[in-house]
Design a protein around this ligand. Structure first.
Ligand SMILES: Nc1ncnc2c1ncn2[C@@H]1O[C@H](COP(=O)(O)OP(=O)(O)OP(=O)(O)O)[C@@H](O)[C@H]1O
Ligand SMILES: [Mg+2]
Length: 436
């Protein structure tokens, strides 16, 4: 017979093993570090100029960052900070290296599908890395208590108060007080003030906006992490909802992100759990764009179909059932997205079944399907063993061709993603200008 203590001891043994893996992979201090990037990578994949042209520019101006040469190596390697400085200071044939930035606030993209294991976290991780390597400032939000993205970004000790669940508790305190302040006589208010909420919620209510944001190994990627306990406390969200019936519990993260300085980030990416719940509904309501990864199998097609249906129904239910609550909180319903895109992942271009499934997706969803699927690649498997993305993995640690093919597959998906998010950025800006 095995009871809960058996499960707990399995958990302890596994956690000890995880620490050993981290020690072996990240660095002796168990802290994830971002590797430098070689002239070859910078010239070929980032600046898209011949390596010799870049070398010439560097030798002409010694005040430019010069990177460093590894022992018994010949190439120069640059940190991302150095690369970004080069971006600011260099031009090639009059062409600037800085990416086009959103004119208004950051664009918010939810990578979401209820189907488990389709590659959501891998997609979110690689898009965040690709955007940072392209010169953007990125915030990632892990909505999934499995915390895959949090762990891949190198964070381990996360408390539930510092997750999206914490953002919801803080929001409840602020909304409770706002709603109470709307009454001339507070005793007329049928809902509690923040003082009447449970102590742990009130304590989280004291946190400041920036307290939820943590640094990663990437200088231009920050994270709002998740942790296993964030699943457990999700139950409490239901209790808080019944404590305060006028709380628009689905709008917490959107309100939170509205509090961030407009120019702090260019892009905010959400990694969503394979389930519908309070936290994932917040992701949907905060998102400008839905990015829906799906694998090329029949069951993935089947559950992607039910995902879009269920999410549509959930948003409709909220749009109808919470009209008054939302109007009072300044949320306009029904919720609209600026774009919804389907992205095929783990695709094998020479597999006839995969080609047939991609065709089926395109027949049904038309131009909402991304033109560039992400290929199934051993590079993800290999780098994933070290809790890294293909971008983070040093190409010298695997077959260069495997790494290059994988990187190019993610790069193509990223270029398409970039066009989508810049289009949305333009719409957000013009809506703001028009005062909507
Ligand atoms: N392009 C790819 N090539 C090879 N393996 C991949 C690829 N994308 C994802 N995988 C593998 O598939 C598995 C699931 O990926 P991932 O964790 O990103 O899925 P998910 O949708 O986030 O899962 P969950 O629903 O549990 O959050 C992982 O082992 C990952 O390494
Ligand atoms: Mg995941």
């Amino acid at each position: 017979m095995r009871d809960h203590t058996h499960l707990q001891s399995m958990n302890e043994r596994s956690l000890a093993q995880q620490a050993a893996v981290r020690k072996a992979t990240f660095s002796p201090s168990e802290v994830k570090e971002l590797r430098p990037f070689s002239i070859w990578e910078i010239s070929q994949f980032m600046f898209e100029v011949p390596a010799d042209t870049l070398r010439k520019k560097l030798s002409e101006d010694p005040s430019l960052p010069q990177g460093s040469v590894e022992e018994d190596g010949r190439q120069r390697w640059f940190s991302l900070d150095e690369i970004n400085e080069l971006r600011r200071r260099l031009k090639f044939r009059g062409k600037k290296l800085l990416p086009e930035r959103p004119k208004g606030r950051a664009v918010r993209v939810a990578v979401s599908n209820f189907k488990g294991g389709v590659g959501k976290s891998v997609v979110a991780h690689h898009l965040a890395n690709a955007a940072a390597l392209d010169g953007y400032r990125v915030l990632v939000i892990d909505f999934d208590p499995q915390a895959t993205l949090t762990h891949s970004m190198g964070l381990v000790e996360v408390k539930e108060a510092d997750t999206v669940w914490g953002i919801m508790c803080r929001d409840l305190c602020r909304e409770a007080d706002r709603i109470m302040a709307g009454y001339d006589d507070p005793t007329d208010c049928p809902y509690p003030s923040s003082d009447e909420l449970p102590d742990d919620v009130r304590a989280i209510g004291e946190q400041r906006v920036q307290d939820f944001i943590q640094k990663t190994a990437w200088p231009t990627i920050d994270i709002i992490p998740s942790c296993a306990n964030a699943a457990f406390v999700e139950f409490a969200s239901a209790q808080y909802r019944s404590l305060h019936k006028a709380w628009s519990f689905f709008g917490c993260v959107a309100r939170y992100l509205d509090e961030l300085p407009r120019d702090q980030y260019d892009l905010i990416l959400f990694d969503c759990p394979p389930a519908i719940g309070y936290q994932s509904l917040n992701a949907a309501f905060a998102a400008d764009i839905l990015y829906i990864p799906s694998g090329p199998g029949y069951w993935e097609y089947d559950s992607t179909t039910s995902f879009v249906g269920q999410l549509g129904d959930a948003i409709e239910d909220i749009s109808e059932g919470f009209k008054g609550v939302a109007a009072d909180a300044g949320i306009s319903l029904p919720k609209t997205f600026l774009d919804i895109r389907l992205l095929m992942t783990r695709f094998e271009p020479s597999n006839p079944l995969h080609i047939a499934m991609l065709d089926a997706f395109k027949n049904v969803f038309g131009s909402d399907v991304c033109a560039n699927a992400i290929e199934m690649t051993r590079a993800v498997e290999q780098s994933g063993r070290f809790q890294m993305s293909v971008y983070e993995q040093d190409y010298r640690q695997m077959t260069r061709d495997t790494w290059k093919r994988a990187r190019q597959s993610f790069d193509r998906a990223y270029e398409e993603f970039k066009a989508t998010f810049l289009r949305a950025a333009g719409e957000i800006h013009s809506q703001k200008e028009a005062g909507q």
